[in-house]
Design a protein around this ligand. Structure first.
Ligand SMILES: NC(=O)c1ccc[n+]([C@@H]2O[C@H](COP(=O)([O-])OP(=O)(O)OC[C@H]3O[C@@H](n4cnc5c(N)ncnc54)[C@H](OP(=O)(O)O)[C@@H]3O)[C@@H](O)[C@H]2O)c1
Length: 285
């Protein structure tokens, strides 16, 4: 299993399995399929509402806990001193484990400094092996690197061939922060699975477009998190270590970058407003 080392020495399997938008009904079986295919890195979040099912899969599989790298993320409604800490303990209970390999703050909104200090406390107490953030653009990431006791070890952001995050990666490298790519296929948006440039490279290597994308991320030193609920695709997405892309392939993929999110920008005020309204709406339920 190929891994990428964090600045504290912890190693992350470079190819992870994500369970965003995997329903409660499908989640346990999907995680078991991923583990069977060889995945040893599972990425969930409090806001995915499937931590318990991930925990069920971890209990049911016969793989020792210390061979699986497990990440969850703190949702913004749980930001606040003490509140973040307690929410992570709840996550541990749902996940049926006594430690996490990585805990992330999910979004750069609300009182993320207080939340981050709780992550530092969890790290110092040995309840988590690594701490970090998600969706922090370079300015917010550098802010945390400058003004916290323990720098983030990871920043999980959208990275795909149409939004390659070259500048964000340069800033992260400067502070030894490992980038994880969420939605490496942009959930298939912009017809990614039929892109002619990617298809040409895939045909050249007798691989699929999905494999080319995940291999490209690996060769850039970026951890990928792909989601599928289909066994054949799960196997395909894990099988990226038996070929490599050459300089010409890498250059062709570089040319696809339009530096635009397929989703939204965390620097858009209306998105921050949307997050705020979402908290109020969920509290009302
Ligand atoms: N931190 C964040 O804010 C954030 C945001 C989004 C995602 N994430 C993380 O990143 C993970 C992946 O992102 P994502 O789930 O949004 O999107 P994604 O992995 O880019 O795309 C998933 C989509 O691609 C399809 N697919 C997967 N493998 C395929 C293949 N080999 N061939 C054809 N289609 C394939 C899946 O369909 P089927 O399932 O039907 O196969 C699904 O529709 C998440 O699960 C989560 O862990 C984090």
């Amino acid at each position: 299993m190929e891994t990428i080392k964090l600045y504290n020495g912890v190693e992350i399997p470079a190819n992870g399995y994500g369970v965003y938008q995997v329903s409660k009904d499908d989640c346990k079986d999907s995680v078991l399929l991923a583990l069977k295919a060889g995945y040893r890195h599972i990425d969930t979040a409090q806001s995915y509402f499937n931590e318990s099912e991930v925990g069920d899969a971890l209990k049911e599989c016969s793989i020792p806990r210390d061979e699986i790298f497990l990440t969850t993320k703190v949702w913004i409604d749980n930001y606040g001193e003490g509140k973040t800490y307690d929410s992570v303990i709840t996550s541990l209970n749902k996940l049926k484990t006594d430690y996490l390999d990585l805990i992330l703050l999910h979004q750069p909104v609300n009182d993320y400094y207080s939340a981050y200090r709780d992550l530092e406390r969890l790290y110092e107490e040995g309840k988590v092996r690594a701490i970090g953030v998600s969706n922090f653009y370079a300015d917010r990431l550098v802010d945390l690197c400058m003004f916290t006791k323990i720098k983030p070890m990871v920043d999980q952001i959208e990275v795909n061939v149409f939004n390659q995050q070259v500048e964000a990666k340069e800033w992260a490298d400067r502070y030894d922060v490992v980038i994880e790519a969420w939605a490496p296929f942009a959930e298939g948006k912009n017809d990614m699975f039929h892109n002619q440039t990617l298809l040409k490279i895939a045909n050249k290597h007798k691989r699929s477009i999905a494999q080319v994308i995940l291999r490209w991320l690996y060769q850039r030193g970026i951890v990928s998190l792909a989601k599928s609920v289909h066994e054949e695709r799960i196997k395909e997405n894990f099988d990226i270590y038996s070929f490599s892309l050459d300089d010409e392939d890498m250059k062709l993929i570089t040319s696809l970058d339009n530096k635009t999110s397929s989703f939204f920008s965390h620097q858009d005020p209306s998105i921050i407003e949307w997050f705020g309204k979402l908290i109020i709406e969920r509290r009302g339920r």
